[in-house]
Design a protein. Structure first.
Length: 278
């Protein structure tokens, strides 16, 4: 395997699959630094159960789905509650909007097709495609992942929709010491790249930097040498909303593909430098 990351220090902010990602960084010649910017993620049974009762007892006009994993978790709980068929009937009777290809795939497994879907995997893309539809007075059930979506909720409410939310997962913040170490390494350019694999990782880091009065300095570090990398478009959009523009986004939105694409980025940078020196 080509050593495209030779000597490159890569901060891995996701706790999930950090060992596998570290091994891939090492195979490419890089130096993996595990820096969790996200704590535990766990299934929020109470939120799902309450959401399902509301969903079925008062069916929405629109169902807005934002993650395939979240939809699968909801159906798993519905099976446990023996109301999966009722949920499927309610979904089939409602208009469906979906963000992300994984969400569309989760719907396809259940023979459901969204009327509205994003054009680029982002919340902004979903809003753009939603815009032509009349939402005033419409009841909307919004399925999120483990964090709120104030921009999407705010837009839906501005259109006059009545929004209910169900969050299948809950994110626990990471240890402050982990965020402090990562922030200092970014500010001092002691890491060459930071690989983000979820929106919460971005937001936890940004909130910590802001609390220390160092957000602008961190954003500048990302513009001046520290390479921000994203596992996919949804995470990249979360980064963009926080003033961080992802320079590396793999087409195949998987963690392994992110590291491979990061290697390609540095290989291209090296080639450009070599060309300039000729």
């Amino acid at each position: 395997m080509a050593q495209h990351l030779a000597g490159i220090r890569v901060a891995l902010t996701g706790p999930r699959k950090s060992k596998e990602m570290s091994l891939l960084v090492e195979k490419l010649g890089g130096i993996p630094l595990v820096r969790p910017a996200q704590g535990t993620v766990f299934l929020d049974d109470r939120n799902i159960r309450d959401g399902l009762v509301s969903w079925i007892s008062d069916p929405p006009d629109w169902t807005v789905l934002t993650t395939g994993m979240g939809l699968d978790a909801i159906f798993d709980m519905a099976e446990d509650m023996e109301i999966a068929d009722q949920l499927l009937d309610v979904l089939s009777a409602s208009l469906i909007a979906a963000r992300g290809y994984k969400t569309v795939n989760a719907l396809r497994k259940r023979k459901l097709t969204p009327l509205v879907r994003d054009d680029d995997g982002s919340t902004d893309g979903l809003i753009r495609e939603f815009a032509p539809h009349e939402l005033a007075g419409q009841k909307v059930m919004l399925q999120l992942h483990g964090e709120t979506a104030p921009k999407l909720v705010g837009w839906l409410e501005e259109q006059g929709a009545q929004v209910r939310q169900v969050l299948p997962y809950r994110h626990v913040p990471p240890e402050e010491g982990e965020l402090e170490q990562l922030l200092n390494e970014i500010l001092q350019h002691e890491v060459d790249a930071v690989a983000f694999t979820s929106g919460p990782q971005v937001r936890f880091l940004v909130e910590y930097a802001a609390s220390k009065g160092k957000l602008e300095a961190m954003q500048e570090a990302f513009r001046q040498g520290v390479v921000p990398a994203s596992v996919g478009r949804v995470t990249a959009n979360a980064m963009r909303e926080e003033g961080i523009e992802a320079l590396v986004i793999p087409e195949d939105e998987k963690m392994g593909a992110l590291i491979v694409e990061l290697g390609r980025y540095y290989a291209a940078q090296s080639a450009d430098k070599a060309h300039l020196l000729q």
